[in-house]
Design a protein. Structure first.
Length: 234
């Protein structure tokens, strides 16, 4: 397929075949697809993931499953984390999930016995703003955050600073009060940048250190101290 500048894609019997060993991760194929589908997706069994983990186990402390939204494949997550916890050579690895927080309480009840924690994004304080930004309200996300904090399994709360779009500062009092009730949970402040973003958001300006610091200062003034700052700004 000539669209791949590194000849990592070919067409066989109507299917796109991706060669991982040649791919340069340039993402040209992602930008080309009108559905933002990736030809680089691979299907792996639990056993295949475990085989990779056995090779890597001396160099890692744990695994984090992300997505897309990893919890939409809950049966696989359950099977994977259960298999890791049952394996004498892997059970010391932490099993974390990076999630949008939309999993139901029943789903969390199933996952938490084998999951060490979850990182959850709260992309806006008000449901209205969250709906505009993501197409969904954030009621279930807040419920998930509270449930995870209550079980001691909220590994990190993430806020995304999008200048002119997000409403954290408008609602700083309830936001800070909500975070304060979560206990000793780190709050990661992520800086929005339009790289790799599709649709209207491509035109939004990226967050600067000043934007992030303004939110950090407002949170600290209300007792939220455990903040993690962006490693880089684009
Ligand atoms: S990311 Fe896509 S376009 Fe780039 S080398 Fe890999 S397969 Fe080819």
């Amino acid at each position: 397929m000539p669209q791949c500048p590194h000849q990592a894609l070919s067409l066989h019997a109507g299917k796109v075949i991706w060669q991982a060993d040649i791919c340069q991760q340039c993402d040209s194929c992602l930008k080309m697809c009108p559905q933002q589908a990736t030809p680089m997706a691979q299907t792996m069994s639990v056993e295949e993931v475990l085989a990779h983990l056995h090779k890597a186990r001396f160099f890692i402390e744990g695994i984090t499953v992300s997505g897309g939204e990893a919890t939409t494949q809950l049966p696989f997550l359950l099977a994977l984390f259960s298999a890791i916890k049952a394996d004498p050579q892997l059970r010391q690895l932490t099993c974390l999930v990076d999630s949008n927080g939309l999993l139901s309480e029943t789903g969390w009840q199933k996952l938490l016995p084998v999951c060490d924690g979850a990182m959850i994004d709260l992309k806006a304080w008000s449901s209205e703003c969250h709906l505009v930004l993501t197409g969904r309200d954030n009621k279930q996300i807040k419920r998930s955050i509270l449930l995870l904090a209550d079980r001691g399994k909220l590994a990190e709360l993430r806020l995304l600073v999008i200048p002119g779009q997000v409403d954290y500062l408008e609602h700083i009092e309830p936001l800070a009060a909500f975070i304060s009730q979560l206990g000793d949970v780190p709050v990661r402040l992520n800086a929005f940048h339009a790289h790799g973003v599709y649709g209207e958001a491509r035109t939004w300006p990226g967050a600067t250190p000043e934007d992030v610091n303004q939110l950090a200062k407002a949170l600290r003034a209300r007792g939220v101290e455990k903040l993690i700052f962006p490693a880089l700004y684009l």
